[in-house]
Design a protein around this ligand. Sequence first.
Ligand code: LMR
Length: 353
Amino acid sequence: MSTALRVLITGAAGQIGYSLVLQIAKGDVFGRDTPIELVLFDIPLMTNALESIQMELIDCALSNLIGVEAVTSEKEAFTNVDFAFLAGSMPRKEGMERNDLLAANVRIFKSQGKDLAEFAKPTTKVLVVSNPANTNAFICAKYAARKIPARNFSALTRLDHNRAVAQIALKAGVTADKVKNVIVWGNHSNTQFPDASHATVTKNGVEHKAPFAVGDSNWIENEFITTVRDRGGVIIEKRKACSAFSAAKAACDHMYDWITGTPLGSFISMSVPSDGSYGVPEGKIEKGMSWTSFSGLVFSFPGLVFSFPVTISDGEWTIVKGLELNEFAKEKIALTIEELLNERDEALGACEE
Ligand code: LMR
């Protein structure tokens, strides 16, 4: 069997997919010297587009790219996958909110959860990019639970995290690498809570608390939050399509950090199944049966897939515990929990229909 990493991208012929494939192929996530096999999946209607992307990737003459498959069957797509970037679903259009998409998209993720359980490796790491990303990831993890642990599923709030970092950097007059420990709490939606209160900014070699470095606490509690959380909608309004290359870059950052780890003293925002931290409903472990065995199996069902500050080491994320939250933060976090609980119930209903 090949020792190359098998990396699946669904929605590969879409706009995010088009940016994602090259970044992954040229080593931005797994490293320039790591052999990879890319599996590009999309619906049959996109076959020509998919094949043209396959050709372009071949034409890049990348030495680490061992193979590129263009497939439209789930079985071929999900078989033996090590990493999955799930970016295929119905996209949000101008004027739509994320929950307008919910019923249609969670059914796709129910089916992909089952596909992952049936065909992928039990160690597969999954990043859900498509909206409503947190709830899609929750559903996908639930339907894959008979084989893949819930903690292998995540959703993309790194885009919001990067947007928050960039806004603070702009305001403080520094480059983005000088800003750390920003947190995006909750859902990838406009109830998310971008929180700068634990962030720091290094300016002229000295590390400051972000509110001090930007010199405007009113901005931190108002304009900063609305700019970050509404950014996706504003881009859709202007571009008449979802943000694409920034989403792809964020997906690469997310997976890179999941593999490589976070530096000492730093955390990043990642949507992961809750372990009950900060009052966010957690999942459960159940003993049960699978389709092929009748006893002794342990399944982990996901808690709410919620954006938390996490540290990562040896490919495993840990939610940063014990951060102090003021009343303002607690209220904001309660709102985004409530939205995710509603989305979860709607999604479970749609999956049972
Ligand atoms: C974004 O945040 O830009 C994307 O997730 C698009 C969207 O639907 O908000």
